[in-house]
Each structure stands twice: as C-alpha cells, then as structure tokens.
Design a protein around this ligand. Structure first.
Ligand code: ADP
Ligand code: MG
Length: 255
C-alpha cells in the first residue's frame, strides 16, 4: 500500500448480536505508524471492534481493509499471518508453559518443520528451534522479561503476564498490534513500564490500536483517539480535544 494511505480502514461496520447493534456503522481510519486510541464506556463496542478486525467475528455489514486488502470473511489465523496481532482483554497465556515457550508458540507460524521433523528431531527442526529460541529470548528482553524466560507463565506477577502477551503477539512480526485494555489491573509502576514498551513498539514502525480506560495512558500515548458509545463513533481527534468534547463527557457520565 502507498505510504500516505491509512494502514487500516473500516467503513460502515455493523455488528449485530440478535437485536443488539454492538457496532453501528462505525468508520475507522488508522494512520501508519500511529498509536490510535479506542475508548468509550463499558459495553460501547470496543472489544467487538477488535474481534471484527481480527476475524473472530464477521461483521453483519461494512468493509474493512488492511494495507489495501479486505479482511472481511478471512479466518483469524489468516488475518494474523497478514500482519495483525493482538492481546485480549483477559490474559490468555498457557499457564503451565514457561514464558519462553509461550513466545515460541507465537513464533510457530514461521517454522517450516512439519510434525515429522519435530518427532524425528531433523536438522531442519533443530536449526529452526535454535533460531526460534534466540528470537523468543530477544522478544522477552524487549518487554523486560529476559530474566524470567524460564518461569512458568502462571507464576509471573500479573503485570508481567500482560507484558508476556505483548511479546507473544510481537512474535508474529505484525505491522498492526491491537491491545485490549493492557493497563487494566496494573500497578502504577507497571503502567509506566507498559507505556515505555508501547512507545518502543511504535518506534519500531508497528502501528498500534489501544483500547484503554486509564486516561493518562491514552493521553500520554495516542496520536488520535476515537470514542465509541452504544456502538457508534461519537467523537474523534487529538486526545486533548476528545477529552474536552461535550458528547464524550456526557457518555462517560452515563448521559
Ligand atoms: P466494550 O469492550 O466496549 O466494553 P464489547 O464490545 O465487549 O464492549 O460489547 C459491546 C456490546 O456487545 C455489549 O452490549 C455486549 O454485551 C455485546 N456483546 C459482545 N459480544 C457479544 C456476543 N458474542 N454475543 C452477544 N452480545 C455480545
Ligand atoms: Mg472490552
């Protein structure tokens, strides 16, 4: 896609669940290299938007293009391989596995070894496993978890588990990273660390869509913010302008 074009574009996205319009004709345009905030009260459709963008749900109507190519109707693994990675609102790690193994799961797409290579421990598998492990360790260091590589995921403090999810998502080498409330439940020092990591991700040229309730995180990180309320986009723009928008204030006050 051309440099000036948005990386991701959604037009008229409608998502019905029975009688409920969880998303009601939402347009979204995500600029390349930006951190784009998606905010709104509980139940406003933020996670649904993420699920639609990543192929978990097929929208009832509307168009979504990523790098000029339609996303609608493709499987979530196909969309992930095309460059959209995500984390979930609730941590989804393999608790019994180590931090390193969790990232290796994220890297598995780039392995060419088949099951036979793995069970026969072919040289190809040995090579890929070695390279994969080095890369996984690099990703763990990137999010500050280098020292904890061999800890079981479920034994990591909650804040570290959230960072591990980010490392696993980055293993896909995404061009777009979607984060669903990454700061939820984190302590103030954890949040500071998270902010620095998200900035570092963006500085590596990865575009970020950030769903977040912590306004200081949104204000500090986002270039643009879109606001959803009852499935509709009610405001969009620079963080400071959005924060003082009367419609946004009313939505958050439960108007
Ligand atoms: P947010 O992430 O902004 O808090 P969600 O996108 O999770 O909101 O939910 C938006 C609305 O859609 C809510 O009313 C929610 O109950 C509803 N919803 C989300 N997923 C489903 C589903 N799979 N089936 C039925 N309703 C759903
Ligand atoms: Mg949500």
């Amino acid at each position: 896609g051309a440099r000036g074009e948005p990386l991701l574009q959604a037009q008229g996205v409608l998502m019905r669940f029975g009688g409920l319009k969880a998303l009601n004709e939402v347009d979204l345009s995500i600029a390349r290299g930006s951190i784009h905030g998606l905010i709104g009260p509980n139940g406003s459709g933020k996670s649904t938007m993420m699920n639609v963008l990543t192929g978990i749900y097929v929208p009832t109507a509307g168009a979504i293009t990523f790098d000029g190519r339609s996303v609608v109707g493709r499987t979530s693994s196909d969309i992930a391989l095309s460059g959209i990675a995500r984390t979930f609102q609730n941590v989804q790690l393999f608790g019994e596995m180590t931090a390193l193994q969790n990232v290796l799961v994220g890297l598995h797409h780039s392995f060419k070894s088949g099951l036979l290579d793995v069970s026969l421990h072919t040289p190809r598998y040995a090579r890929e496993n070695l390279r994969g492990t080095a890369r996984a360790l690099g990703l763990l260091r990137f999010v500050g978890l280098g020292e904890l590589a061999h800890e079981q995921a479920r034994n990591l403090p909650y804040g570290k588990q959230r960072l591990l999810e980010i490392a696993r998502a980055l293993a896909l080498e995404p061009r777009l990273l979607l984060l669903d409330e990454p700061a939820a439940g984190l302590t103030a020092p954890d949040i500071k660390e998270l902010i620095a990591i998200i900035r570092k991700v963006r500085d590596h040229g990865i575009t970020v869509i950030l769903i977040e309730h912590h306004m200081d995180v949104v204000m500090g990180l986002c270039d643009t913010v879109s606001v959803l309320d009852f499935g509709q986009k009610i405001a969009e723009g620079a963080p400071a302008a959005v924060q003082s928008d009367a419609k946004v204030i009313e939505a958050y006050l439960g108007g």
